[in-house]
Ligand binder design. Structure first.
Ligand code: APR
Ligand code: PHB
Length: 389
C-alpha cells in the first residue's frame, strides 16, 4: 500500500491531522494499535482552547462541539475558604469551550468514516524504516499478516508509549522529565456540576478540581498519594474529602451520587527534542506530556497538528520545505511555554510531601498576588485560553 502521510496512532492527534489533510486533498492512512471502542473509552480533560476549536472547524468537525459544548468565560481559584475568579474574556477577549475529549475523538472518527478515510485498527509491531531518507515506509501486522505502507512522510501520533519517539536515535534525542510526588483521583458522576465554571482548589489537605462534562455529568478530582488505588476510595470517602478541600459555600451546594468511573492518574512533565527526524514528525503525547492542571494535554497536541498540517500543505501545494524543516523548532517553542504554565499552575495548587513552612508561605503569596494583581491575572488568562500559534 502507498500513501502520502502514514499516521501512527488513532488518538485525537492522528485523527485530527488525518481529517485536516483530507480536507486539503492530501492522503493519509491511520494505523491504530487498539480498537475504536478502546480509544473512545479513555476519559480525559475537556477544556478546548480557541485554536483547537478553529482546527475542528477547518476539519469540518465542529458542529456538535458548537451545539453541545459550553463556553466558559472564566475560572475560579480557591485557597482555604477564599475564592476568586479569573475572567478570561475581560483579559483576553476569549473564552474556552468545555467539551469532553471523548466527544472530540468520536466526532473525528465519524468524519473520517464518512469520508471513507483509511483507518486500520488492531495493528501490531509497527516499525518505521528509512525516516531519514526521502522514501520512508512502515511495516506492521494485522491478524498476524505482515503489511507494508510506503509514504512521503510519517506522523508519529502514537502517544507516550508509542514507537515513533523510540525510532529517533538516542544520540539525536534528548528527553526532559519531571515527575510529581502525587496523583489525581478522578470521579465521573451523573450529578449537576457544583458550579457553572471550574474550581481549582488549593487546600491544606491537598488540591481539588471541580469540572464537568455537561449539565448532568460532573468530573471531580482530588490530589492523592501515588500509592493509593481507586479501590481504596469508596464514593463516600471521595465526596467527604472533596468537600473538605473546596470553600464551604461550594461544599454546601455539592450534589453527590454514585461514581460511574473512578481512576488515578500520575502527574508528569515530559518533553523530547527534537520533534522531528528526517521525514518523521512527532505530534502530541508522543513528544510531550503535561500535568493535567490547566488542561493543556489535548491543546498542545492540537498546536503540533497545526504546524505539521500547514507544513505539509505548503509542501504539497507549493513544493516549499521551509515549514517541514522548521516544524520541530516552531512546535517546541510553543510546547515549552505550555509546559511552563502547567508546571507553574501545578506547583501553585498542590501540597508537596517535602514542602517547608517557607514554601507554603510562597504558595499563598503567589495566590494572593494572582487574586489582587491585574497583570498576573492577565498572564494566567492568556496562558489558560491558549497562547497564539
Ligand atoms: N502502533 C499504533 N498505534 C499506537 C502505537 C503503536 N505502536 N502505540 C500507541 N498507539 C496508539 C494508542 O493506542 C492511542 O490510541 O496511539 C494513540 C495515541 O493517542 P493518545 O495517547 O490519546 O495521544 P494523542 O493523540 O497525542 O492525544 C493527546 O490525549 O493522552 C491525551 O492528554 C493527552 O489530551 C491529550 C491527547
Ligand atoms: C477535566 O474536566 O477532566 C479537567 C478539566 C480541567 C483540568 C483538568 C481536567 O485542568
Amino acid at each position: 500500500m502507498k500513501t502520502q502521510v502514514a499516521i501512527i496512532g488513532g488518538g485525537p492527534s492522528g485523527l485530527l491531522l488525518s481529517q485536516l489533510l483530507h480536507v486539503q486533498g492530501i492522503q493519509s492512512v491511520v494505523l491504530e494499535r487498539k480498537t475504536k471502542d478502546y480509544v473512545l473509552g479513555r476519559i480525559r480533560a475537556g477544556v478546548l482552547e480557541q485554536g483547537f476549536v478553529r482546527l475542528m472547524e477547518e476539519a469540518g468537525c465542529a458542529d456538535r462541539l458548537h451545539a453541545e459544548g459550553f463556553q466558559h468565560e472564566g475560572t475560579h481559584v480557591s485557597y482555604g475558604d477564599e475564592m476568586f475568579r479569573i475572567d478570561f474574556v475581560e483579559h483576553t477577549g476569549t473564552p474556552v469551550v468545555v467539551y469532553g475529549q471523548t466527544e472530540v475523538t468520536r466526532d473525528l472518527y465519524e468524519a473520517r468514516e464518512a469520508a471513507d478515510g483509511k483507518l486500520e485498527f488492531n495493528v501490531e509491531n509497527v516499525v518505521i524504516y528509512d525516516a531519514e531518507t526521502g522514501a520512508p515506509y512502515v511495516e506492521y501486522e494485522v491478524d498476524g499478516e505482515a503489511r507494508r505502507l510506503e509514504c512521503d512522510f510519517v506522523a508519529g501520533c502514537d502517544g507516550f508509549h508509542g514507537v515513533s519517539r523510540q525510532t529517533i536515535p538516542l544520540d539525536v534525542r534528548r528527553e526532559y522529565e519531571k515527575l510529581y510526588p502525587f496523583g489525581w483521583l478522578g470521579v465521573l458522576s451523573e450529578t449537576p456540576p457544583v458550579n457553572h465554571e471550574l474550581i481549582y482548589a488549593n487546600s491544606e489537605r491537598g488540591f481539588a478540581l471541580c469540572s464537568m462534562r455537561n449539565a448532568n455529568l460532573s468530573r471531580y478530582y482530588i490530589q492523592c498519594s501515588l500509592s493509593d488505588s481507586p479501590e481504596d476510595w469508596t464514593d463516600e470517602a471521595f465526596w467527604q474529602e472533596l468537600k473538605r478541600r473546596i470553600p464551604k459555600e461550594e461544599a454546601d451546594k455539592l450534589v453527590t451520587g454514585p461514581s460511574i468511573e473512578k481512576s488515578i492518574a500520575p502527574l508528569r512533565s515530559f518533553v523530547t527534542e527534537p520533534m522531528q527526524w528526517g521525514r518523521l514528525f512527532l505530534c502530541g503525547d508522543a513528544a510531550h506530556i503535561v500535568p493535567p492542571t490547566g488542561a493543556k494535554g489535548l491543546n498542545t497536541a492540537a498546536s503540533d497538528v497545526h504546524y505539521l498540517y500547514h507544513a505539509l500543505c505548503d509542501y504539497y501545494r507549493d513544493g516549499t520545505e521551509e515549514g517541514i524543516n522548521t516544524y520541530s523548532q516552531k512546535a517546541l517553542s510553543r510546547i515549552w511555554k505550555a509546559e511552563r504554565f502547567s508546571w507553574w499552575f501545578s506547583s501553585l495548587m498542590h501540597r508537596y510531601p517535602d514542602q517547608s513552612e517557607f514554601d507554603l508561605k510562597m504558595q499563598i503569596a503567589d495566590l494572593e498576588f494572582l487574586r489582587s494583581n491585574r497583570a498576573a491575572q492577565q498572564a494566567m488568562a492568556e496562558n489558560y485560553v491558549g497562547l497564539p500559534y
